[in-house]
Design a protein around this ligand. Structure first.
Ligand SMILES: *Cc1c(COP(=O)(O)O)cnc(C)c1O
Length: 372
């Protein structure tokens, strides 16, 4: 017989990585609410509330707005897997890891993918994308709004979306790191499919990932001659469950839904403009503090993601060792770089509930003591 384990006990970390972010105690409380069945009328009411909160946060009226079971990658899979049909042509804009992941995913679903590539850390001029669209015909363009691997923020989404539509293409936008932390106007900007995750700027649990689909993208998905290859992410089925005639498709993660509902309630309570401003102000505080420590930012200020700062590791320091000490001696989690940026940068998230003056001060004090 294996011996009995002691009750679960976890350290209280300060989460300043690229997600999960810290959650408000109200979210944890909500997740301890008694379970009901996934087709219980009371639970369907909760799903309806989550759906309506998501429309507010996405700033959309899209009927097809829901939370996909799984993490951000699941929502990415749902977006790509429902739109791409065998042989479809996809223009993948790649300037970091998640742009690359979208390209690979589209290829796995049978698309012919052309990569439009910039070095990691840069962003696209709309003209660059529009020019690529003029040379060939594409069904889908994939793009990342806030590239978490580099800390660079893609501007001019509305202009890019317009260029896509004029060329007859749909725009799929990865908003995993931006939703709930940065201005994001799905309808006004004309984004066709956007997805996010629960555990970044929404400060909810991981495991349910917001996704929204424009009427024109929906029409294309509903018009597929063959259903998408992955049953679990079939958006027609998922929207039936979330829609007017709910029927079993999968068992929704009940406690996670409770947590997401509370996280979204907190977002609305704070108000989107106030929330975006808080993220901006705390980012400013962090940037000034890091520069005062003599550190150099990786991305120029005008295209920096305020909720995910990338900073160069000062030369002569072992990045991983310092990060380990931050965790074990100060209980603070940040992340390192990966891919071409491995060993060169730290990635510091100030997302959702984690974005506070006290967290910035805590981190700056810890870094100061370690770098001296
Ligand atoms: C985190 C992240 C993802 C993937 O989300 P997971 O929840 O880790 O599956 C996708 N895109 C971006 C930009 C992200 O930051």
């Amino acid at each position: 017989m294996p011996h009995a384990l002691s009750p679960l006990s976890m350290p209280k970390r300060t989460l300043l990585g690229p997600g999960p972010s810290e959650v408000d105690p109200r979210v944890l409380q909500a997740m301890a609410t008694p379970l009901v069945g996934h087709l219980d009328p009371e639970f369907l009411t909760v799903m309806g509330e989550v759906q309506s909160l998501l429309r507010t946060v996405f700033q959309t009226r899209n009927e097809w707005t829901l939370a996909v079971p799984g993490t951000g990658t699941a929502a990415m899979e749902a977006a790509v897997g429902n739109l791409v049909e065998l042989g479809d042509r996809v223009l993948a804009c790649v300037q970091g890891y998640f742009g690359e992941r979208l390209a690979q995913m589209a290829a796995r679903y049978g698309a012919e993918v052309d990569r439009l590539e910039h070095p990691w850390g840069q962003v696209f001029e709309p003209a660059t994308i529009i020019e690529a669209l003029s040379k060939s015909s594409y069904k889908i363009v994939t793009l990342v709004h806030a590239e978490t691997s580099t800390g660079a923020l893609q501007p001019a989404i509305a202009e890019i979306a317009q260029g896509c539509h004029q060329a007859g293409a749909l725009l799929v936008l990865d908003c995993v790191t931006s939703l709930g932390g940065l201005e994001l106007k799905i309808d006004e900007w004309g984004v066709d499919v956007a997805y996010s995750a629960g555990q970044k700027c929404l400060s909810g649990p991981s495991g349910l990932s917001p996704l929204t689909v424009s009427p024109s993208a929906r029409q294309i998905i509903e018009g597929r001659p063959m259903p998408p290859p992955v049953f679990y992410f079939d958006l027609v089925e998922l929207n039936r469950y979330w829609g007017d005639s709910p029927a079993y498709h999968h068992t929704a993660p009940i406690s996670t839904m409770y947590g997401l509902r509370e996280a979204l309630r907190l977002v609305i309570e704070e108000g989107l403009p106030a929330r975006f401003q808080r993220h901006q102000l705390n980012a400013r505080l962090l940037w000034d503090g890091l520069e005062a420590l003599g550190l150099e930012m990786f991305v120029p200020e005008k295209r920096r993601v305020p909720v995910l700062t990338t900073v160069r590791v000062p030369s002569g320091h072992d990045e991983a060792r310092l990060r380990r000490r931050l965790l074990t001696e100060h209980n603070i989690e940040i992340a390192g770089g990966f891919g071409p940026l491995a060993g060169q940068i730290w990635r510091i998230g100030l997302m959702g509930h984690s974005s506070s003056r006290s967290n910035v001060e805590l981190l700056l004090a810890a870094l100061k003591s370690m770098l001296n």
